[in-house]
Design a protein around this ligand. Structure first.
Ligand SMILES: CC(C)(COP(=O)(O)OP(=O)(O)OC[C@H]1O[C@@H](n2cnc3c(N)ncnc32)[C@H](O)[C@@H]1OP(=O)(O)O)[C@@H](O)C(=O)NCCC(=O)NCCS
Length: 277
């Protein structure tokens, strides 16, 4: 049984930092996972304290060393990670007996230039209501346990609880696994632009208040993108290769939003839909 079934999410957040616990598989080799045997470890998902910055830095180094290309994941320096703790419940970590193996960070951009609401033309008065899913990563040996999705679901509940209305995040078109996980939490692709390094980034967004597809307990564990597709508002679907940047820019310009990824022999396809709400 998971911890928040016993405690309730808010109680877990306020009284003790434990959010969830259970068993996950660890591959013996992070690099040849198909051939390697998996072992099972108990995990704990918790709100982290500021004294865990060194653990975040060392996990980030492992993540960086295993990236297929540097542009899919923006690395953060120690100062940035320390500042992340200024907001309550902003850093969630997952530990096993081996230490920290995954994390998620949220950030409130306020009226700063990097508020992603500005990139998708949210009205000026909406910008103070934006929260960012800023970063998430999982140790290579523990991938395939759905931990990014678990972390995002927990942080979406924190964001709702703190009273923010919009959730935004960026994902690289070279990172279809992360894109699929974020879309499955109900965010949709509403923008696509290069960041300051010239690396392309999707801008994903969800209005939490309008997202009445989330059930009353605030659970986002089920696949919301599937629920959206079954709903009345689902119209005009177009699929396009994830590598076709120009084509996707065109679709976004005429009002389509991306809401699903499928893996095909050529790579990955993104499904864009024109919603008539
Ligand atoms: C993106 C990331 C957090 C996803 O990790 P995760 O939550 O463990 O991923 P999932 O459980 O959804 O994995 C689904 C499948 O994809 C595989 N997978 C996950 N990440 C992978 C990667 N980076 N490369 C290749 N395969 C990967 C998993 O093994 C699993 O395969 P399986 O079903 O055959 O077991 C992780 O890949 C990561 O930390 N990447 C580097 C940092 C990053 O990109 N962060 C997100 C920035 S927006």
């Amino acid at each position: 049984m998971c911890a928040n079934e016993v405690l309730g999410f808010q109680e877990a957040a306020m009284n003790i930092s434990l959010i969830d616990t259970g068993m996950i598989k660890r591959h013996e080799s992070a690099f040849s996972r198909k051939a390697s045997k998996a072992k099972y470890f108990r995990f704990e998902m918790k709100f982290m304290r500021a004294d865990s910055v060194p653990d975040l830095m060392s996990l980030q180094s492992v993540i960086a060393a295993n990236l297929p290309c540097p542009e899919i994941f923006m690395l953060h320096n120690e100062k940035y990670l320390r500042e992340a703790f200024q907001l309550e419940r902003s850093v969630i970590g997952i530990t096993t007996e081996e230490g920290l193996i995954a994390y998620s960070i949220i950030r409130i951009p306020g009226l700063s230039d990097d508020n992603l609401g500005g990139d998708i033309n949210l009205p000026q008065e909406e910008l103070p209501k934006v929260a960012h899913l800023q970063a998430a990563a999982v140790h290579p040996a523990y991938r395939g346990n759905g931990l990014q999705r678990k972390l995002a679901a927990a942080h979406l509940r924190v964001i709702m609880d703190l009273g923010y209305e919009h959730v935004c995040c960026t994902v690289s078109p070279k990172n279809p696994i992360s894109l699929r996980n974020i879309l499955s939490c109900g965010l949709m692709i509403e923008g696509l632009r290069p960041n300051m390094n010239g690396w392309w980034r999707y801008i994903l967004h969800k209005n939490i208040l309008h997202a009445n597809l989330i059930d009353r307990e605030g659970s986002v564990d089920r696949d919301i993108s599937e629920a959206v597709q079954e709903s009345e508002s689902y119209r005009n679907e177009i699929k396009i290769l994830i590598s076709d940047i120009e084509g996707q820019l065109e679709l976004l310009k005429i009002g389509f939003k991306g809401n699903k990824v499928a893996f095909v022999p050529e790579g990955a396809e993104v499904f864009y839909t024109k919603f008539q709400l």
